[in-house]
Ligand binder design. Structure first.
Ligand code: BTN
Length: 254
């Protein structure tokens, strides 16, 4: 394992882990990792996506889990995923030319409508106040999963095939991309801690995929179709369905 400091962060880089999220969560639970420390791995054997999917994790891509310990109400914890995806978008925008980069609710990053990154947030609390948060991010830099494995979270965006940064001429190492992300994250996270969700929400909405258009949200057992109107104060998706505004907590958007 190799480690280094970057700004206010400490990065621990492993050759290989089952899942950086599992490792970070275990360490946080045992009190063995501090606020703003990061577990990253060159490859993962059992990378996890949202909704129990896999995250194919071959060498050459970025896999990391950032541990945070903000003393905030549990209702605010989900907002951190919007902080992180907005930061990732800005970091990637700084490297890309002539591409359309969007955030897709709740926490995917798309380039030209194809998924290149996803985020899995896991946390622990005492029923009221956050204990710790693990923000897990995977970015397809050099490779993307093969198209026939529909259970891979880095494939599904949903009707769209996944892509990797190199498909758009973006050549960056996992380490440099992680540092570029942390630089952006630092500012947006500090703003969120000091002033709340308003600024983050606006930043996220600026490049929200399909805002104002008809979308279909799959929440597990049912599909809801409506107009994507907004993101509410807690990061829920506001969908106009037959003239009624519905708030959606989780799900896939297509
Ligand atoms: C998704 O789009 O479903 C979220 C994918 C999150 C993948 C990352 S890779 C680093 C971290 N460790 C994991 O096991 N998962 C997250």
């Amino acid at each position: 394992m190799k480690s280094w400091n970057y700004q206010d962060f400490i990065i621990y880089q492993y050759e290989n882990l089952d899942s950086t999220n599992d490792e970070a969560f275990k360490m946080a639970q045992a009190g063995h990792i501090n606020d703003r420390e990061i577990i990253t791995a060159l490859e993962q054997n059992k990378g996890k996506g949202r909704l129990n999917r896999n995250w194919v994790s071959k060498k050459g891509n970025l896999y990391f889990s950032l541990v945070l310990k903000p003393k905030v109400d549990i209702l605010r914890v989900g907002q951190i995923s919007f902080v992180a995806i907005a930061a990732l978008r800005l970091a990637v925008e700084g490297l890309a030319k002539d591409c359309e980069i969007c955030n897709k609710w709740p926490n995917d990053l798309l380039i030209n409508n194809r998924k290149v990154a996803g985020l899995l947030l896991e946390s622990k609390n005492d029923g009221k106040i956050c204990d710790f948060v693990v923000v897990g991010i995977g970015v397809n830099i050099a490779s993307k999963p093969i198209l026939d494995d529909k259970n891979n979270a880095n494939f599904r965006a949903d009707a769209f095939a996944a892509a990797c940064l190199q498909d758009f001429g973006i050549n960056v190492s996992p380490e440099v991309l992680l540092e570029k992300f942390l630089l952006k994250f630092n500012d947006i996270y500090q703003n969120w801690l000091n002033f709340g969700f308003v600024g983050v929400r606006n930043l996220w909405l600026k490049k929200a995929w399909k805002l104002g258009d008809e979308i279909s949200v799959n929440d597990g057992d049912k599909k809801i179709v409506g107009i994507f109107k907004n993101l509410d104060e807690e990061g829920r998706l506001e969908l106009l369905v037959d003239g009624v505004l519905k708030k959606i907590n989780v799900g896939d958007v297509s």
